[in-house]
Each structure stands twice: as C-alpha cells, then as structure tokens.
Ligand binder design. Structure first.
Ligand code: GLV
Ligand code: MN
Ligand code: MN
Length: 420
C-alpha cells in the first residue's frame, strides 16, 4: 500500500485538516479486513460490520442521527433547517472485492463526511436533510449478486434475490435472519417522494481522466451487467487409462466456452466478458474433471446488445458442450440493465465540477455502482475521481490527495447549490 502525500492543498481545503482526516479515515478503513495481509470485506462479514461501526462513529461525530439495518447497511442523518423535508441521499459501499484497493467504495463515504464537515466549517446550513448511507454490499462477492445493500433500501430484495445462495449454500433470506446486527436494526426505505436524489462519489476505475490530465468527471450512465453461474458436467474417469478421444472432460469444455466468450467480446465494440471464478470437481490431478463451474460477468452500455450477446454465448456454449458430450447449465444470477444518470443532476454536477476544476467532463461508467438500484426509486448522479493508471480491484489502487480534495469540493458545492 502507498503512503499518501499531500502535495498542495486545493482552495477551500487550504488548512488541510478536513482532507488529512479524510485520508486518515481511508487508511483506517483500509486496515479493517477479514483476511490478514490483504483487504477483504464481504456481505455481513466481521470486518464489513466493523467498518460499518467505524463509519457510524464518524457519522455520530458530525452530529448525525445514526442507525443500521439488518443487512449491515449503515446510515447517518443530518437534519436540514426545516425548509424542506425531501432529503438528498449520499452513499457508497463498505464491502470490497478480494485483495482489494482501499478507495473503491470507502472513498465515497468518507468524501461525503468531509464535504459535510466543509459546509459546517463554512457556516453553510442546508435547507434539506442529508442521509448518508454506507451500503453493506455492492461488489456481490459473497452471493455473486451485486448491490444487495442498495437493493435493500430501494425495496428491491424480491424472491429471486432472496433465494440466491453463497458458497456454503445459505440463501440470502437465511443469512439476513441469522447473521449481522439484529439488535436495534431499522428498516431503511426510500422513494422519490421522500428523496430528491441519490449522489455518489467514486473512483473512476478507468484511464480516461488520467489520460486527459483531469481530476473529476461527472457520470452520464452505468453500463448494463449480467452475472451468471455456468456449469459444465462431464464424466470423471482415470487420467492414466482413458484415451483422449473417449473423454468427457468438463474442464476442457468449460475452458473452450470461456475462450469463446472472450473471442466474442474482443470482436464486439465495448462488450466485456470475464470468468472471474473457476471451480473443478472432484479436483485431483489423476482424475478427469467431472464438473467445472465458473462465473461469467458480461457488460455493455446497450441492453439490446447485451441480451443478444448473452444469447449468442448460450448458443455457442451449448454447441461446444454437445460436441464434447457434456451437459451445460446456464444460470443467470442477476441481470441489471444500463442506467442513465439524471439530466438535472448531471447539469448541476458539471457546473460544480467546472467551478472547482475549470473542466466539464462527462463519462460513462463501465463499473457497476449502487446508483443502479437507487435509480429505480430516485434520480441518480455520480462524481468520478481520477485514480492512478485506472487501476482498481487491486491493492495498488491509488488516488492522489489533491484529487480527493477536488472531489470533496465538488460534492460540497453541489449540496450548497441545492439550498433553496
Ligand atoms: C463493481 O465494482 C463492479 O463493477 O462489479
Ligand atoms: Mn465500487
Ligand atoms: Mn468494485
């Protein structure tokens, strides 16, 4: 992990205190992990709950009214001066991928705390309440199903999602009843009548800003995403005696499917496909694999193109398996359509970005964000902050202090301009 160097402090954060505290907090959350030697926090894990407790403490320190829900999502409410009751919701996620960087998710929560602190320091009292949410799951590592925290608060945890299973075979419904904080849990529930918009600051996780030499972008929309579990079943047999032409090897069949998906994505503009996990059973060097199971993550900005590509993959996988005497299991876990950010929020955020950085850059998001779920119940806007080499989902993920400062200022400016 890299030490943070504050080279120069941007305008409003001139005394550096708020920015320094934000950076210390990013480091502190970055040390809360379920796995020694790497950063890992998954849905309802010990470290994820500990990170939530830490964020609640910081929210409380700002005078927020603090609570958590049964799914490990935490919330702080800062009341407005009473002129309007419709809240602005700000959020990002507490969970991480495996061997993660410390900015993905955490940055958005901590910058929101810093932006509120900055407004307080400037003596700016907001007309409306702010609800800051730290979602317990955006990455979907435990259940392969993303956005469980924001799906919960948006009222979207339906029967399909509640039935998804983790590695241990437990359903989401079961773990919501048996794990996490039960005592004092509240139900968070949002709609467009109680809330005027959802705002999230996040690292870009791409290279556009770095290549342009710019710190901030405003997000136009979030790419659609399909997550599937694919199984290929063959026949276990002796590795020493079974002739090559008589094998029904599940792993080589699955490998051909993965390469086929890669080829399709390579030849189609802006389609991406990833097999991020692979399991083989029974898993011995002298046994031909009986079963191979992999996850498939496929994304595109256009829903029609994504659906067509999935259908092509399914047809080609079927043909590969038939030719090899294998059985294909094609199991969609979650399909999220592409989401557009709200036009009004985009326009306001671009103005704020310009006032802080002199630039107005609009950018689509290839990564998924909690705004996908929040967009079902309210307008959504996002601020992207440049990250080094676009690297993310990697421990070397890094954001310069100056850029964090600019992100805080853009968010504070947006909140201020929303005052009636
Ligand atoms: C989350 O980072 C995702 O895009 O999967
Ligand atoms: Mn994220
Ligand atoms: Mn992520």
């Amino acid at each position: 992990m890299h030490a943070m160097v504050i080279q120069h402090l941007p305008g409003k954060l001139m005394d550096g205190e708020i920015l320094r505290r934000a950076i210390e907090r990013i480091d502190e959350l970055g040390r809360i992990s379920d796995m020694p030697g790497e950063l890992r926090r998954t849905f309802l894990s010990k470290a994820n709950l500990a990170a939530g407790a830490c964020v609640m403490k910081w929210m409380g320190g700002l005078g927020m009214e603090v609570a958590h829900d049964a799914g490990g999502t935490v919330r702080g409410i800062l009341p407005g001066n009473g002129h309007t009751s419709r809240a602005i919701i700000i959020g990002s996620h507490l969970d991480t991928v495996i061997d993660a960087g410390k900015y993905d998710g955490a940055l958005g929560i901590i910058c929101a705390l810093a932006a509120l602190e900055l407004l307080r320091k400037e003596g700016c009292k907001l007309d409306y309440p702010v609800h800051l949410l730290g979602f317990s799951d955006e990455e979907g590592v435990r259940f392969q199903s993303a956005y469980l925290g924001s799906a919960g608060v948006a009222g979207l945890l339906g029967p399909d999602l509640l039935a998804v299973r983790d590695e241990a075979g437990k359903t989401l419904a079961e773990v919501l009843l048996t794990e996490g904080w039960k005592a004092g849990a509240e139900v968070f529930s949002y709609d467009e009548f109680s809330s005027s918009g959802y705002l999230e600051l996040h690292i870009e996780q791409g290279r556009v800003l770095e290549e342009a030499g710019e710190a901030i972008a405003i997000v136009s929309g979030i790419r659609g995403q399909a997550r599937l579990r694919v199984t290929v079943e063959g026949l276990a047999d002796h590795a020493g005696t079974t002739p090559m032409n008589l094998r029904r090897d599940a792993l080589t069949g699955a490998a051909e499917c993965v390469l086929m998906a890669e080829g399709l994505a390579r030849e189609s503009s802006a389609l991406v496909a990833t097999a991020g996990t692979f399991k083989v059973r029974p898993g011995a060097s002298n046994v031909i694999p009986q079963l191979a199971e992999f996850t498939l993550d496929v994304r595109h900005m256009e829903d029609g193109f994504l659906n067509d590509s999935l259908e092509r993959m399914r047809r080609n996988f079927t043909a590969i398996c038939e030719r090899r005497g294998l059985r294909l299991g094609w199991n969609p876990v979650q399909i999220n359509h592409a989401v557009n950010c709200d036009e009004r929020m985009i326009a306001e955020l671009l103005d704020c970005a310009e006032s802080v950085t002199g630039k107005r850059r609009l950018l689509g998001s290839g990564a998924g964000h909690d705004g996908v779920m929040m967009s079902k119940v309210m307008p959504v806007g996002m601020i992207f902050v440049r990250c080094r080499a676009g690297l993310s989902h990697h421990p070397d993920e890094h954001v310069e202090a100056d850029d964090i400062g600019k992100g805080i200022e853009v968010m504070a400016e947006f909140l201020k301009r929303r005052n009636a």
